[in-house]
Design a binder for this molecule. Structure first.
Ligand SMILES: O=P(O)(O)OC[C@H]1O[C@H](OP(=O)(O)OP(=O)(O)O)[C@H](O)[C@@H]1O
Ligand SMILES: Nc1ncnc2[nH]cnc12
Length: 189
């Protein structure tokens, strides 16, 4: 490594924390359908110290890459485990992007295809203030179908998607290429 690219103590600390998180993510071959290698973050949530470490990594990522966020939107269901955590810590509002038929009131919908099936997501139309700078969070980016639909949904309600933050990115599926906003992933496979 050249002198100019030496890591600060803070960066080394984050790198160590990320390695620890990566080591503790579960792997289930052929779930939920043959051919899918399922990456399971519930193994982190079972261990409070690790969950706290993950929380600090996520907060650091938002403060480093998405400082301008005015609101956090999270995807049903696993994005709900981290979205409110980030939003509350940063005293920002949280908006749920829900699977179809679960949200009351006027909703905006968007259909999509993901790594192992088809789905539709919805948002309460009046939960998005036009022009609001929104960071979309989820546990995992695979084909990108879920995040692409969620970003589109927010944009249909005139929200300004400033980026997406995920814990895991499955790089071989190239989901990132479907998204036109900055993407930050913590752990890559
Ligand atoms: O990048 P993609 O190919 O779209 O796949 C990623 C999405 O798939 C999973 O959610 P899922 O729809 O299985 O819902 P869940 O959180 O309720 O398990 C995951 O939590 C992401 O949201
Ligand atoms: N490989 C995978 N592991 C966990 N969740 C997923 N959602 C879509 N693809 C997934």
């Amino acid at each position: 490594m050249s002198k100019g690219s030496q890591l600060t103590d803070e960066q080394k600390d984050i790198t160590k924390k990320i390695e620890l998180i990566k080591k503790n993510i579960g792997l289930y071959p052929d779930f939920p359908v043959p051919g899918v290698s399922f990456r399971d973050t519930f193994s982190i949530l079972r261990q409070p110290n690790l969950f706290n470490t993950l929380k600090s990594i996520l907060i650091d990522a938002v403060q480093t890459h998405f400082m301008e966020a005015e609101c956090i939107a999270g995807l049903d269901a696993r994005g709900f485990l981290i979205g409110p955590l980030i939003a509350l810590e940063l005293r920002l509002p949280f908006i749920p992007i829900r699977k179809q038929g679960k949200l009351p009131g006027k909703v905006t919908s968007e259909g999509y295809t993901k790594e192992y099936g088809k789905d539709t997501v919805e948002v309460q139309t009046d939960s998005v203030t036009p022009g609001m700078k929104i960071l979309v969070v989820d546990d995992l980016l695979a084909t990108g179908g879920s995040l692409e639909a969620s970003c589109h949904l927010i944009e249909k309600c005139q929200g300004d998607v400033i980026g997406c933050l995920v814990i895991i990115e499955i790089e071989s599926l190239h989901g990132r290429s479907r998204l036109h906003v900055p993407i930050h992933s913590i752990v890559k496979y």
